[in-house]
Design a protein around this ligand. Structure first.
Ligand code: ADP
Ligand code: MG
Length: 133
């Protein structure tokens, strides 16, 4: 199992406590394609932020590729996000002073891949989705 959630709870405490995620169990296997559906305000983004290690949960366990995602330092969380997670935001969060290929190549920069190689890899992937031009 690549993603394994057991009894995940999450409450927001700004204002009256809002218990958004109530004992969520979820298993996702490698290669599986999953969509999460639900009414606006039902907690989809809250769950995705936890899966993407962008936010923390209160109780339960989240295991990603066998590693318990809990009490991580910010740098360890960043390393796991860089290596394990691709996140496409509703607002694109592209870096405006970088061009398309540089935006795509950015995670490779943080992995220490040299410029020529990372730009070539980024171009290859842009080409795959018909965005080479
Ligand atoms: P969805 O993505 O399914 O529309 P969200 O996860 O964004 O739902 O929100 C679930 C509930 O939690 C909503 O009632 C929302 O107003 C509330 N909520 C979301 N983020 C926060 C936050 N940072 N602080 C307080 N309440 C929040
Ligand atoms: Mg949402």
């Amino acid at each position: 199992m690549i993603i394994e959630l057991r009894g995940i709870n999450k409450t927001y405490y700004n204002g009256a406590p809002l218990h958004v995620l109530k004992g969520i169990d979820l298993d996702i296997q490698e290669g599986e394609m999953v969509s999460i559906m639900g009414a606006s305000g039902s907690g989809k983004s809250t769950l995705l932020n936890i899966l993407g290690i962008l936010d923390t949960y209160d109780t339960g366990t989240y295991t990603l590729d066998g590693q318990l995602i809990q009490n991580l330092s910010e740098s360890r969380a960043a390393e796991l996000r860089n290596r394990m997670i691709g996140f496409i935001f509703q607002s694109f969060n592209l870096i405006t002073f970088k061009n398309a290929v540089e935006n795509v190549a950015l995670p490779l920069y943080y992995q220490g891949v040299k410029r020529k190689i990372r730009n070539a890899m980024a171009m290859e992937y842009l080409d795959m989705v018909g965005l080479a031009d």
